[in-house]
Design a protein around this ligand. Structure first.
Ligand SMILES: [Zn+2]
Length: 285
């Protein structure tokens, strides 16, 4: 037993403690296990004001690449006559952001929508409603087409004449960090063009899985999984794309980097340490 005592000298415990420490630090608590929620597939898109056709409102400032990344909607009455008017979700979806972001934004709501593209693939977009006077929805909430998400406002500190700033993003990573992504058609749709070509989509009463937590970790307002209470999939015979819709490659990459690094490095690192430890045990010199 003398040799055993020698084998487990204090210096020998160091690698084992290292392994335990690694497991503790990179444990399951740090891994984001839920990267999807579910939402109802959109059956078409409407305008965000003057439900559903934009009646009584007009776009007084349109989309321009590297300039204005959305559309400003104003009431026909001009000035602040539209302040407090309802703002509607353009389609079925799930709220992924709802906050008074202050800065130049004020109250902002972002809703994520799943819809079927002309090519049959399920695609995702974020619709953003800015400068709201009040927000009527919270993160994780399911919303239906035409549901009130807030009201038209004047922005923080009433810095604008009342209007709705409205964006449609095809890149689900943007969130409130527009400066990090191309300010052009690679990232954004021209809202009116997108809507006009998708007013009425084939009605499919189904839930689909939607990626969440796609905003960067550095986004201070990143959607945390705990805020979402994902509804159960209630489809009797889910088709393959219902189980896992085609997710844009860039979104997959983001989810990958957000969910994998800790999980991926931990086993590799602890294994090599542990292997060394085993080697030392079996070959104590
Ligand atoms: Zn604007």
């Amino acid at each position: 037993m003398e040799s055993t005592d020698k084998d487990f000298s204090p210096s020998m415990w160091a690698p084992l403690l290292g392994v335990l420490f690694c497991l503790f630090v990179w444990g399951p608590g740090k891994v984001f296990s839920q990267a999807f929620t579910t939402t109802r597939l959109a059956d078409g898109f409407d305008y965000p004001v003057g439900k559903p056709n934009g009646d009584g409102y007009y776009i007084f400032r349109g989309f321009s690449p590297n300039g204005h990344l959305g559309e400003d909607w104003n009431g026909n009455g001009g000035g602040d006559t539209d302040e407090g008017d309802p703002v509607y979700s353009i389609a079925h979806g799930v709220v992924v952001f709802s906050e008074d972001y202050k800065r130049g934004w004020g109250n902002v709501v972002i809703i994520r929508h799943a819809y079927r593209e002309n090519n049959g693939q399920i695609a995702f977009i974020d619709s953003l409603y800015g400068h709201l006077k009040v927000r009527a929805v919270k993160v994780g909430q399911q919303v239906t087409r035409g549901q009130v998400v807030g009201t038209i406002g004047c922005g923080p500190y009433r810095m604008y004449a009342a209007h709705l700033h409205f964006e449609i993003r095809k890149d689900l990573r943007v969130g409130m960090r527009r400066e990090l992504y191309p300010r052009n058609y690679q990232t954004y749709y021209v809202p009116k063009q997108f809507t006009d070509s998708r007013r009425n989509l084939r009605f499919e009463d189904r839930l689909v899985r939607v990626p969440i937590n796609t905003f960067l970790k550095s986004n201070p307002n990143r959607l945390e999984v705990d805020e979402v209470n994902p509804p159960d999939l209630t489809i009797a015979n889910p088709s393959p794309e219902t189980v896992r819709p085609a997710v844009p490659e860039q979104v997959e990459t983001v989810i990958e980097t957000e969910t994998q690094p800790e999980a991926a490095t931990a086993p590799a690192k602890s294994k090599s340490l542990f292997d060394k430890f085993l080697e030392k045990l079996s070959n104590p010199q």
